[in-house]
Design a protein around this ligand. Structure first.
Ligand code: C2E
Ligand code: CA
Ligand code: CA
Length: 392
C-alpha cells in the first residue's frame, strides 16, 4: 500500500506522540525522534512530511533545517514552536530561502483540528504527487512546435474595483492546448520557455492575442485594460518600448490599455536596465504593476524609484488573512504604503465574500480571485463582462 510517511522531531515525547497519533489517524506511516542528532544520522530521505520542533536541547530545529537544505530535501516541512509567531515566521523564511518546501507552522499549544487539517491536506497532495509523477514538464521541442502551431491561448481573469465593484481590467493568463495532454497551465511550461530562450517569442504571442482581444472588445463597446505578465528576460530588450508602441498602434489601441505585470524578482535581475525600459514604457503611457508583492526582495527605495502605477499583493497573504495576523498586518501595511507612493493596490487570490468585504474596508482598490471569477476563455469573458456591467 502506498501510505505517505511522516517523521516528527521533537524532544517532548508527549507532543511527538500526539502528532504521531493524529498523523496515524490521517493515514500516515509515522516515526518519531526525540533527538535531532539521531535523526540526522539515520535519515534515509524517504519522508513525505517532516514535523520539526524549532527549540530542542543540543541540536535545534534551525540546524536541522540547514541539514535538510544541504541534502536538497524536497519533503514537506511543518515547523512547530513555543515562541511567538515572529520566530516561526523567520524560521519559515530561512527554510524557504534555502529551497525547502515549507508546508505550514503550528504554535504550541495547538489544537487537534489545526494539525489534522494540515496533515489531511498534505496527505492528499502526497498522493496526487505520486500519481502525477509520470507527467512532468513537456520537452522543449514540443513547446517550440506549440509556439509555431498556435497551440497557445489566453484565459482572462477580471480585476474589479472595490469601490462600486466596476471591472477595470482583466489579466491575460496563458494556457497550452496540448494535443495529447489537454489544457496545460503556465506553471508547467513557462519555466521551460525561460530556460530555453523561448520566453520572448511566447510573450509576443501573448501580446498579439491580448491586443486582438482588446480590439474586439472595443468594437463591442467594452473598454477594459489588459494586464500581461512579463518575464525578466523580456525586460532586458532595450527596444521594448518602441516595439510595444508599434504593437498597440497596429491594433488601433492606446498604450494606457496595457498593463505590464512584473515580479519583484524579475525587476531585481538587472535593475538598471529594467528601470531604463520600464521608465520609457511608462513615459509612453503604458501601465506597470508590481506582481506577487511581498514574496521578493525589493526595498522601499527601489519601489519608489521604479515608475509603477499598481502593486499586487501576493495571493499567499490574501489567502491566509483570516487565520494569520501577520498576513493581515502585511496587507494593511502594503495598502498604506502603495497609497503613499501614489499607486493603486490590488489583492489577488480573493476566494471569499468575507475577504472581499474586509479588503474593501481596508481601503484596497482592486480585487482579483476565484470568488469574483476564475480565468476563462475570451468568449466566456465577454459574456461575463457584459453581464457584470449590466448587473453590477
Ligand atoms: P500570477 O501572475 O500570480 O497569476 C495569478 C494566478 O493565480 C493564476 O494562475 C490564476 O489562475 C491564479 N488565481 C487567480 N485567482 C485565484 C484564487 O482566488 N485562488 C487561487 N488559489 N489562485 C488564483 P495561472 O493562470 O496558473 O498562472 C500562474 C502563473 O503563471 C502566473 O502567476 C504568472 O506568473 C505566470 N504566467 C501566466 N501567464 C503568463 C504569461 O503570459 N507570461 C509569463 N511570463 N508568465 C505567465
Ligand atoms: Ca500576474
Ligand atoms: Ca501574482
Amino acid at each position: 500500500m502506498n501510505q505517505p510517511r511522516l517523521i516528527v522531531i521533537d524532544d517532548e515525547p508527549d507532543l511527538a506522540g500526539f502528532v504521531c497519533e493524529v498523523a496515524g489517524q490521517t493515514g500516515y506511516a509515522v516515526e518519531q525522534y526525540h533527538n535531532a542528532g539521531l535523526f540526522i544520522e539515520q535519515y534515509d530521505k524517504r519522508a513525505d512530511v517532516i514535523v520539526l520542533d524549532l527549540m530542542m536541547p543540543g541540536m535545534d530545529g534551525v540546524e536541522v533545517i540547514r541539514f535538510l537544505a544541504g541534502i536538497d530535501c524536497d519533503t514537506q516541512l511543518i515547523l512547530i514552536s513555543g515562541f511567538d509567531s515572529g520566530v516561526l515566521h523567520s524560521a519559515q523564511k530561512l527554510a524557504t530561502e534555502q529551497g525547502l518546501n515549507f508546508a505550514g507552522s503550528l504554535n504550541k499549544p495547538f489544537r487537534y483540528d489545526d494539525l489534522h487539517k494540515l496533515l489531511s491536506e498534505l496527505s492528499i497532495m502526497a498522493k496526487s504527487a505520486a500519481r502525477q509523477i509520470a507527467f512532468e514538464a513537456p520537452p522543449v521541442d514540443e513547446l517550440r512546435d506549440a509556439l509555431k502551431n498556435n497551440e497557445l491561448l489566453l484565459h482572462y481573469q477580471p480585476k474589479v474595483g472595490l469601490n462600486g465593484y466596476s471591472v477595470t481590467a482583466v489579466e491575460a493568463l496563458v494556457r497550452w492546448q496540448h494535443p495529447v495532454h489537454g489544457l496545460l497551465g503556465p506553471d508547467l511550461f513557462i519555466p521551460v520557455a525561460e530556460k530555453h530562450g523561448l520566453i520572448d517569442d511566447l510573450t509576443w504571442i501573448v501580446l498579439e492575442q491580448a491586443m486582438a482581444q482588446c480590439q474586439s472588445w472595443g468594437e463591442q463597446g467594452l473598454t477594459v485594460q489588459i494586464a500581461v505578465n512579463m518575464s525578466s528576460n523580456t525586460l532586458k530588450e532595450l527596444d521594448l518600448p518602441e516595439r510595444m508602441g508599434d504593437l498597440v498602434q497596429r491594433y488601433g489601441q492606446e498604450p494606457s490599455q496595457l498593463i505590464f505585470e512584473v515580479t519583484e524578482t524579475a525587476l531585481m535581475q538587472e535593475l538598471t536596465k529594467s528601470l531604463d525600459i520600464l521608465t520609457r514604457l511608462r513615459m509612453r503611457g503604458f501601465h506597470l504593476s508590481i506582481d506577487d508583492f511581498g514574496t521578493g526582495y525589493s526595498s522601499l527605495v527601489q519601489l519608489h524609484r521604479a515608475p509603477f502605477s499598481e502593486i499586487k499583493i501576493d495571493r499567499s497573504f490574501v489567502m491566509d488573512m483570516d487565520r494569520d495576523k501577520e498576513s493581515y498586518a502585511i496587507i494593511e501595511t502594503v495598502i498604506v504604503l502603495g497609497h503613499k507612493l501614489g499607486m493603486k493596490v490590488v489583492a489577488e487570490g480573493v476566494e471569499t465574500q468575507a475577504n472581499l468585504e474586509q479588503l474593501a474596508a481596508m481601503g484596497c482598490d482592486l480585487a482579483q480571485g476565484y470568488h469574483i471569477a476564475r480565468p476563462q476563455p475570451g468568449v466566456a469573458t465577454t459574456v461575463w463582462l457584459v453581464e457584470y456591467n449590466t448587473v453590477g
